[in-house]
Design a protein around this ligand. Structure first.
Ligand code: NAD
Length: 353
Protein backbone atom coordinates (compact mmCIF):
# COMPACT_ATOMS: atom_id res chain seq x y z
CA UNK A 1 0.00 0.00 0.00
CA UNK A 2 1.62 3.24 -1.16
CA UNK A 3 0.64 5.92 1.33
CA UNK A 4 1.34 9.65 1.08
CA UNK A 5 1.51 11.42 4.46
CA UNK A 6 0.97 15.19 4.81
CA UNK A 7 1.42 16.47 8.39
CA UNK A 8 -0.66 19.68 7.95
CA UNK A 9 -0.82 22.64 10.35
CA UNK A 10 -1.39 23.30 14.05
CA UNK A 11 -1.75 19.98 15.90
CA UNK A 12 -1.34 18.16 12.55
CA UNK A 13 2.34 17.16 12.89
CA UNK A 14 1.72 15.87 16.45
CA UNK A 15 -1.25 13.65 15.66
CA UNK A 16 0.22 12.57 12.31
CA UNK A 17 3.40 11.36 14.05
CA UNK A 18 1.32 9.28 16.48
CA UNK A 19 -0.78 7.89 13.61
CA UNK A 20 2.24 6.99 11.49
CA UNK A 21 3.66 4.99 14.40
CA UNK A 22 0.34 3.15 14.82
CA UNK A 23 0.22 2.38 11.09
CA UNK A 24 3.78 1.09 11.19
CA UNK A 25 2.92 -1.23 14.09
CA UNK A 26 -0.20 -2.42 12.23
CA UNK A 27 1.81 -2.93 9.05
CA UNK A 28 4.32 -5.10 10.89
CA UNK A 29 1.76 -7.19 12.78
CA UNK A 30 -0.54 -7.78 9.80
CA UNK A 31 2.12 -7.70 7.06
CA UNK A 32 0.43 -4.87 5.20
CA UNK A 33 3.57 -3.67 3.45
CA UNK A 34 2.71 0.01 3.87
CA UNK A 35 5.29 2.19 2.08
CA UNK A 36 5.06 5.79 3.23
CA UNK A 37 6.10 8.96 1.38
CA UNK A 38 6.18 12.14 3.46
CA UNK A 39 5.41 15.41 1.71
CA UNK A 40 4.43 18.97 2.62
CA UNK A 41 0.99 20.58 2.43
CA UNK A 42 -0.50 23.63 4.10
CA UNK A 43 1.61 26.30 5.76
CA UNK A 44 4.87 24.34 5.45
CA UNK A 45 4.22 24.05 1.71
CA UNK A 46 3.38 27.77 1.43
CA UNK A 47 6.71 28.54 3.14
CA UNK A 48 8.68 26.32 0.75
CA UNK A 49 6.73 26.41 -2.53
CA UNK A 50 4.50 29.48 -2.20
CA UNK A 51 1.19 27.53 -2.23
CA UNK A 52 -0.62 25.09 0.09
CA UNK A 53 -0.55 22.25 -2.47
CA UNK A 54 1.69 22.19 -5.54
CA UNK A 55 0.35 20.48 -8.69
CA UNK A 56 3.07 17.78 -8.61
CA UNK A 57 1.85 16.73 -5.18
CA UNK A 58 -1.67 16.16 -6.53
CA UNK A 59 -0.18 13.90 -9.22
CA UNK A 60 1.94 12.05 -6.64
CA UNK A 61 -1.16 11.42 -4.52
CA UNK A 62 -3.14 10.36 -7.59
CA UNK A 63 -0.49 7.75 -8.38
CA UNK A 64 -0.45 6.44 -4.78
CA UNK A 65 -3.03 4.16 -3.12
CA UNK A 66 -4.03 6.40 -0.25
CA UNK A 67 -3.48 9.68 1.57
CA UNK A 68 -3.18 10.58 5.25
CA UNK A 69 -3.75 14.31 5.72
CA UNK A 70 -3.24 16.14 9.02
CA UNK A 71 -5.67 18.99 9.81
CA UNK A 72 -4.94 22.30 8.12
CA UNK A 73 -5.63 25.93 9.07
CA UNK A 74 -7.84 26.70 6.07
CA UNK A 75 -9.06 29.94 7.64
CA UNK A 76 -5.54 31.37 7.18
CA UNK A 77 -5.33 30.75 3.43
CA UNK A 78 -7.00 34.04 2.50
CA UNK A 79 -9.75 32.49 0.41
CA UNK A 80 -7.46 30.10 -1.48
CA UNK A 81 -8.65 26.49 -1.32
CA UNK A 82 -6.81 24.48 1.33
CA UNK A 83 -5.33 20.99 0.94
CA UNK A 84 -8.51 19.32 2.08
CA UNK A 85 -10.65 21.05 -0.59
CA UNK A 86 -8.01 20.51 -3.27
CA UNK A 87 -7.75 16.75 -2.72
CA UNK A 88 -11.47 16.22 -2.28
CA UNK A 89 -12.08 17.89 -5.63
CA UNK A 90 -9.06 16.58 -7.57
CA UNK A 91 -9.59 12.96 -6.49
CA UNK A 92 -13.40 13.16 -6.56
CA UNK A 93 -13.68 11.99 -2.94
CA UNK A 94 -17.44 12.18 -2.88
CA UNK A 95 -18.19 10.31 0.35
CA UNK A 96 -17.13 11.67 3.72
CA UNK A 97 -17.67 8.90 6.25
CA UNK A 98 -17.65 10.09 9.87
CA UNK A 99 -18.36 7.50 12.57
CA UNK A 100 -19.21 8.56 16.14
CA UNK A 101 -19.44 5.95 18.87
CA UNK A 102 -19.05 5.59 22.59
CA UNK A 103 -16.78 3.10 24.39
CA UNK A 104 -16.87 1.50 27.85
CA UNK A 105 -14.03 3.89 28.81
CA UNK A 106 -15.77 6.85 27.18
CA UNK A 107 -19.53 6.76 27.77
CA UNK A 108 -20.32 9.89 25.74
CA UNK A 109 -21.91 13.15 26.81
CA UNK A 110 -25.52 12.00 26.25
CA UNK A 111 -25.31 8.24 26.62
CA UNK A 112 -24.36 5.34 24.36
CA UNK A 113 -24.31 5.82 20.61
CA UNK A 114 -22.86 4.12 17.54
CA UNK A 115 -23.64 5.92 14.32
CA UNK A 116 -22.00 7.05 11.09
CA UNK A 117 -22.58 10.32 9.28
CA UNK A 118 -22.30 9.82 5.50
CA UNK A 119 -21.82 13.31 4.09
CA UNK A 120 -21.83 14.27 0.42
CA UNK A 121 -18.41 15.81 -0.12
CA UNK A 122 -18.14 17.41 -3.56
CA UNK A 123 -21.09 19.79 -4.03
CA UNK A 124 -23.73 21.37 -1.77
CA UNK A 125 -22.93 24.68 -0.08
CA UNK A 126 -19.17 24.49 -0.70
CA UNK A 127 -18.88 27.30 -3.17
CA UNK A 128 -15.11 26.93 -3.46
CA UNK A 129 -15.35 23.43 -4.91
CA UNK A 130 -18.73 22.94 -6.56
CA UNK A 131 -17.77 24.80 -9.76
CA UNK A 132 -15.58 23.75 -12.69
CA UNK A 133 -13.98 27.21 -12.56
CA UNK A 134 -14.28 30.07 -10.12
CA UNK A 135 -15.76 30.39 -6.70
CA UNK A 136 -19.53 30.58 -6.23
CA UNK A 137 -19.21 32.70 -3.08
CA UNK A 138 -19.86 36.01 -4.80
CA UNK A 139 -19.83 39.68 -3.84
CA UNK A 140 -22.63 41.29 -5.86
CA UNK A 141 -22.09 44.80 -4.46
CA UNK A 142 -20.04 45.91 -1.43
CA UNK A 143 -23.09 45.13 0.71
CA UNK A 144 -24.60 42.12 -1.03
CA UNK A 145 -23.14 38.63 -1.16
CA UNK A 146 -24.57 35.40 -2.51
CA UNK A 147 -23.33 31.81 -2.44
CA UNK A 148 -24.52 29.02 -4.71
CA UNK A 149 -25.45 25.59 -3.43
CA UNK A 150 -25.24 22.87 -6.05
CA UNK A 151 -27.19 19.60 -5.78
CA UNK A 152 -27.13 17.02 -8.56
CA UNK A 153 -28.98 13.77 -9.08
CA UNK A 154 -25.68 11.99 -9.71
CA UNK A 155 -24.05 13.38 -6.55
CA UNK A 156 -27.10 12.54 -4.45
CA UNK A 157 -27.41 9.06 -5.94
CA UNK A 158 -23.82 8.06 -5.29
CA UNK A 159 -23.77 9.32 -1.70
CA UNK A 160 -27.07 7.55 -1.02
CA UNK A 161 -25.65 4.33 -2.48
CA UNK A 162 -22.54 4.65 -0.28
CA UNK A 163 -24.81 5.10 2.75
CA UNK A 164 -27.07 2.15 1.95
CA UNK A 165 -24.10 -0.13 1.25
CA UNK A 166 -22.63 0.86 4.60
CA UNK A 167 -25.97 0.25 6.35
CA UNK A 168 -26.02 -3.25 4.85
CA UNK A 169 -22.63 -3.98 6.48
CA UNK A 170 -23.89 -2.89 9.92
CA UNK A 171 -26.07 -5.08 12.14
CA UNK A 172 -29.00 -2.68 12.62
CA UNK A 173 -29.46 -1.74 8.95
CA UNK A 174 -31.13 1.58 9.67
CA UNK A 175 -30.67 4.74 7.65
CA UNK A 176 -31.80 8.33 8.22
CA UNK A 177 -32.02 10.79 5.33
CA UNK A 178 -31.45 14.29 6.70
CA UNK A 179 -32.64 17.22 4.56
CA UNK A 180 -34.42 20.56 4.42
CA UNK A 181 -36.77 19.78 1.56
CA UNK A 182 -39.58 21.67 3.29
CA UNK A 183 -37.80 24.96 2.48
CA UNK A 184 -35.23 24.04 -0.17
CA UNK A 185 -37.95 22.29 -2.10
CA UNK A 186 -36.07 22.16 -5.41
CA UNK A 187 -32.51 21.33 -4.35
CA UNK A 188 -33.17 19.20 -1.28
CA UNK A 189 -36.26 17.89 -3.06
CA UNK A 190 -33.94 16.55 -5.77
CA UNK A 191 -31.56 15.10 -3.14
CA UNK A 192 -34.43 13.34 -1.40
CA UNK A 193 -35.95 12.00 -4.63
CA UNK A 194 -32.59 10.53 -5.69
CA UNK A 195 -32.13 8.92 -2.26
CA UNK A 196 -35.62 7.40 -2.37
CA UNK A 197 -34.81 5.87 -5.77
CA UNK A 198 -31.67 4.25 -4.33
CA UNK A 199 -33.63 3.02 -1.27
CA UNK A 200 -35.72 0.78 -3.56
CA UNK A 201 -32.58 -1.30 -4.22
CA UNK A 202 -32.09 -1.90 -0.48
CA UNK A 203 -35.38 -3.26 0.90
CA UNK A 204 -33.61 -4.73 3.97
CA UNK A 205 -32.66 -1.24 5.19
CA UNK A 206 -35.21 0.63 7.35
CA UNK A 207 -35.31 4.24 6.13
CA UNK A 208 -36.60 7.39 7.81
CA UNK A 209 -36.56 11.00 6.60
CA UNK A 210 -35.82 13.78 9.09
CA UNK A 211 -35.68 17.56 8.60
CA UNK A 212 -32.23 18.81 9.61
CA UNK A 213 -33.29 21.22 12.38
CA UNK A 214 -35.48 18.59 14.04
CA UNK A 215 -32.58 16.16 13.64
CA UNK A 216 -30.55 18.19 16.15
CA UNK A 217 -33.27 17.66 18.76
CA UNK A 218 -33.70 13.96 17.94
CA UNK A 219 -29.93 13.37 18.15
CA UNK A 220 -29.56 15.04 21.51
CA UNK A 221 -32.71 13.35 22.85
CA UNK A 222 -31.88 9.81 21.78
CA UNK A 223 -28.53 9.32 20.02
CA UNK A 224 -28.73 5.51 20.35
CA UNK A 225 -31.64 5.50 17.88
CA UNK A 226 -29.40 6.41 14.91
CA UNK A 227 -27.30 4.11 12.76
CA UNK A 228 -26.33 5.52 9.33
CA UNK A 229 -27.15 9.16 8.56
CA UNK A 230 -26.99 10.33 4.93
CA UNK A 231 -27.02 14.04 4.19
CA UNK A 232 -25.75 16.87 1.99
CA UNK A 233 -22.35 18.50 2.37
CA UNK A 234 -22.75 21.35 4.83
CA UNK A 235 -25.46 19.70 6.94
CA UNK A 236 -23.12 16.71 7.27
CA UNK A 237 -20.16 18.91 8.17
CA UNK A 238 -22.07 20.56 11.01
CA UNK A 239 -23.86 17.40 12.13
CA UNK A 240 -20.65 15.38 12.35
CA UNK A 241 -18.88 17.85 14.66
CA UNK A 242 -21.93 17.56 16.92
CA UNK A 243 -21.93 13.75 16.85
CA UNK A 244 -18.13 13.59 17.45
CA UNK A 245 -18.43 15.86 20.48
CA UNK A 246 -21.48 13.92 21.74
CA UNK A 247 -19.41 10.73 21.58
CA UNK A 248 -16.91 12.32 23.97
CA UNK A 249 -14.80 14.84 22.06
CA UNK A 250 -14.09 16.25 18.63
CA UNK A 251 -10.69 14.66 19.28
CA UNK A 252 -12.36 11.25 18.73
CA UNK A 253 -13.79 12.31 15.35
CA UNK A 254 -12.48 9.93 12.71
CA UNK A 255 -13.19 10.71 9.07
CA UNK A 256 -12.56 9.11 5.71
CA UNK A 257 -12.97 10.88 2.36
CA UNK A 258 -13.56 8.19 -0.21
CA UNK A 259 -14.07 8.09 -3.96
CA UNK A 260 -14.24 5.29 -6.49
CA UNK A 261 -10.44 4.86 -6.62
CA UNK A 262 -8.87 7.08 -3.96
CA UNK A 263 -9.32 7.71 -0.28
CA UNK A 264 -7.97 10.24 2.19
CA UNK A 265 -7.92 9.75 5.95
CA UNK A 266 -8.38 13.07 7.71
CA UNK A 267 -9.69 13.82 11.21
CA UNK A 268 -13.12 15.45 11.38
CA UNK A 269 -11.73 18.48 13.21
CA UNK A 270 -9.47 21.40 12.28
CA UNK A 271 -5.91 22.32 13.25
CA UNK A 272 -6.84 23.30 16.85
CA UNK A 273 -4.42 26.26 17.09
CA UNK A 274 -5.47 26.78 20.74
CA UNK A 275 -3.65 23.59 21.80
CA UNK A 276 -1.03 23.20 19.03
CA UNK A 277 2.54 22.34 19.98
CA UNK A 278 1.63 21.53 23.60
CA UNK A 279 1.33 17.73 23.47
CA UNK A 280 -2.37 18.05 24.38
CA UNK A 281 -4.08 16.94 21.15
CA UNK A 282 -5.97 13.67 21.08
CA UNK A 283 -4.42 11.54 18.32
CA UNK A 284 -7.33 9.04 18.33
CA UNK A 285 -9.33 10.99 15.72
CA UNK A 286 -6.64 10.54 13.10
CA UNK A 287 -5.70 7.04 14.28
CA UNK A 288 -9.34 5.98 13.82
CA UNK A 289 -9.40 7.73 10.41
CA UNK A 290 -6.34 5.69 9.41
CA UNK A 291 -8.14 2.51 10.53
CA UNK A 292 -11.04 3.48 8.25
CA UNK A 293 -8.53 3.94 5.42
CA UNK A 294 -7.11 0.44 5.94
CA UNK A 295 -10.61 -1.07 5.99
CA UNK A 296 -11.53 0.77 2.77
CA UNK A 297 -8.32 -0.30 1.05
CA UNK A 298 -8.71 -3.96 2.03
CA UNK A 299 -12.40 -4.11 1.09
CA UNK A 300 -11.70 -2.70 -2.37
CA UNK A 301 -8.90 -5.17 -3.02
CA UNK A 302 -10.37 -8.22 -1.33
CA UNK A 303 -7.50 -8.34 1.21
CA UNK A 304 -9.03 -9.13 4.62
CA UNK A 305 -5.83 -8.51 6.61
CA UNK A 306 -6.33 -4.75 6.16
CA UNK A 307 -9.79 -5.05 7.74
CA UNK A 308 -8.31 -7.13 10.57
CA UNK A 309 -5.69 -4.44 11.14
CA UNK A 310 -8.43 -1.79 11.25
CA UNK A 311 -10.33 -3.81 13.89
CA UNK A 312 -7.15 -4.28 15.93
CA UNK A 313 -6.55 -0.50 15.89
CA UNK A 314 -10.11 0.12 17.10
CA UNK A 315 -9.57 -2.45 19.87
CA UNK A 316 -6.34 -0.72 20.89
CA UNK A 317 -8.23 2.60 21.08
CA UNK A 318 -10.94 0.97 23.21
CA UNK A 319 -8.33 -0.64 25.50
CA UNK A 320 -6.45 2.65 25.98
CA UNK A 321 -9.67 4.49 26.81
CA UNK A 322 -10.67 1.78 29.31
CA UNK A 323 -7.23 1.93 30.96
CA UNK A 324 -7.25 5.73 31.27
CA UNK A 325 -4.52 6.14 28.66
CA UNK A 326 -6.18 9.18 27.19
CA UNK A 327 -5.79 12.90 26.63
CA UNK A 328 -7.36 15.77 28.53
CA UNK A 329 -10.30 16.34 26.14
CA UNK A 330 -11.65 12.87 27.02
CA UNK A 331 -11.02 13.18 30.75
CA UNK A 332 -7.47 11.79 30.88
CA UNK A 333 -4.13 13.26 31.83
CA UNK A 334 -1.80 11.86 29.17
CA UNK A 335 -0.08 13.71 26.37
CA UNK A 336 -0.36 13.08 22.62
CA UNK A 337 2.97 11.23 22.57
CA UNK A 338 2.11 9.00 25.54
CA UNK A 339 -1.25 8.03 24.07
CA UNK A 340 0.40 7.33 20.72
CA UNK A 341 2.97 5.09 22.41
CA UNK A 342 0.25 3.28 24.40
CA UNK A 343 -1.68 2.58 21.19
CA UNK A 344 1.45 1.17 19.55
CA UNK A 345 2.17 -0.98 22.63
CA UNK A 346 -1.33 -2.45 22.68
CA UNK A 347 -1.32 -3.03 18.95
CA UNK A 348 2.08 -4.72 18.93
CA UNK A 349 1.30 -6.94 21.94
CA UNK A 350 -2.39 -7.83 21.51
CA UNK A 351 -2.54 -9.57 24.91
CA UNK A 352 -2.12 -6.12 26.46
CA UNK A 353 -5.21 -4.88 24.62
P1 NAD B 1 -11.02 22.97 15.43
O1 NAD B 1 -11.77 21.79 14.97
O2 NAD B 1 -9.58 23.07 15.03
O3 NAD B 1 -11.10 23.07 17.03
C1 NAD B 1 -12.34 23.15 17.73
C2 NAD B 1 -12.12 22.78 19.20
O4 NAD B 1 -11.88 21.37 19.31
C3 NAD B 1 -10.91 23.47 19.83
O5 NAD B 1 -11.20 23.76 21.18
C4 NAD B 1 -9.82 22.42 19.73
O6 NAD B 1 -8.80 22.54 20.72
C5 NAD B 1 -10.61 21.12 19.92
N1 NAD B 1 -9.98 20.00 19.23
C6 NAD B 1 -9.94 19.78 17.89
N2 NAD B 1 -9.24 18.69 17.63
C7 NAD B 1 -8.81 18.19 18.81
C8 NAD B 1 -8.02 17.05 19.18
N3 NAD B 1 -7.52 16.18 18.29
N4 NAD B 1 -7.76 16.85 20.50
C9 NAD B 1 -8.26 17.67 21.42
N5 NAD B 1 -9.01 18.77 21.14
C10 NAD B 1 -9.28 19.02 19.84
O7 NAD B 1 -11.83 24.25 14.92
P2 NAD B 1 -11.36 25.78 14.76
O8 NAD B 1 -10.53 26.18 15.94
O9 NAD B 1 -12.60 26.51 14.47
O10 NAD B 1 -10.48 25.80 13.46
C11 NAD B 1 -9.06 25.87 13.43
C12 NAD B 1 -8.57 25.85 12.00
O11 NAD B 1 -8.86 24.58 11.39
C13 NAD B 1 -9.22 26.91 11.08
O12 NAD B 1 -8.20 27.44 10.24
C14 NAD B 1 -10.23 26.12 10.27
O13 NAD B 1 -10.47 26.71 9.02
C15 NAD B 1 -9.51 24.80 10.14
N6 NAD B 1 -10.41 23.65 9.89
C16 NAD B 1 -9.98 22.76 8.96
C17 NAD B 1 -10.74 21.63 8.72
C18 NAD B 1 -10.27 20.67 7.69
O14 NAD B 1 -9.17 20.77 7.19
N7 NAD B 1 -11.05 19.66 7.34
C19 NAD B 1 -11.93 21.40 9.44
C20 NAD B 1 -12.31 22.32 10.41
C21 NAD B 1 -11.54 23.46 10.64
Amino acid sequence: MRLVVLPGDGIGPEIVAATEAVLEAASQRFQLGIATTRELAGQASIARYGRPVRPELVELVRAADALLLGPTSTLDYAGEPGPSAIFRKALDLFANIRPARTYPGLPGRLGAMDLVVVRENTEGFYADRNMAHGNADILVTEDVAIAIRKITREGSTRIARAGFELAMRRPRRRLSLVHKANVLTTSDGLFLAACRDVARDFPEVAVEEIIVDAMMAHLVRDPARFDVIVTTNMFGDILSDLTAEMSGSLGMGGSLNAGARHAMAQAAHGSAPDIAGRDLANPMSLVLSAAQLLEWHGRGRGEPRFGEAAKAIEQAVAACLAAGEKTRDVGGGKGTREVGAALVRRLSAPAAA
